[in-house]
Ligand binder design. Structure first.
Ligand SMILES: [Zn+2]
Length: 97
C-alpha cells in the first residue's frame, strides 16, 4: 500500500515534540519489565489522540519510510553509475574527433 508521506509528516508534527523518554515501571514487582513513555502519557497512562495516532501510524509508516529511503538511495547509486558511464563514453567520443 502506498502511503502519503506528506500526511505522515503532518501526523509526526501534530504529536508532542520529542525527544521522548522511556522510564521503567516503578511498581516494584521483580518480573515487571514494562515501561512508560514520559512526556506524552497523562498521569493515568492515557495519550492524546495525536500521540496515539503517531505511535500507531509509526508502526507501519516508519518501516515504509525507511524502505522508501533505501530504494531511493539504490536508485541514486544506479543513476550515478549510469551517468559516469555516459560521461566516459562522451569523453571517449570527444578524443576520437
Ligand atoms: Zn511494573
Amino acid at each position: 500500500m502506498v502511503r502519503d508521506l506528506e500526511k505522515d509528516l503532518e501526523i509526526c508534527e501534530a504529536a508532542t515534540p520529542g525527544p521522548y523518554v522511556i522510564e521503567s515501571c516503578q511498581c516494584g514487582h521483580p518480573a515487571c519489565n514494562l515501561v512508560f513513555i514520559q512526556k506524552i502519557r497523562h498521569s493515568d497512562g492515557r495519550l492524546s489522540p495525536e500521540d496515539a495516532q503517531f505511535i500507531a501510524e509509526a508502526h507501519t509508516g516508519w518501516p515504509y519510510a525507511i524502505q522508501r529511503a533505501i530504494d531511493a538511495e539504490k536508485e541514486i547509486d544506479r543513476l550515478r553509475n549510469e551517468l559516469e558511464i555516459l560521461q566516459e563514453q562522451l569523453q571517449q567520443n570527444r578524443c576520437r574527433d
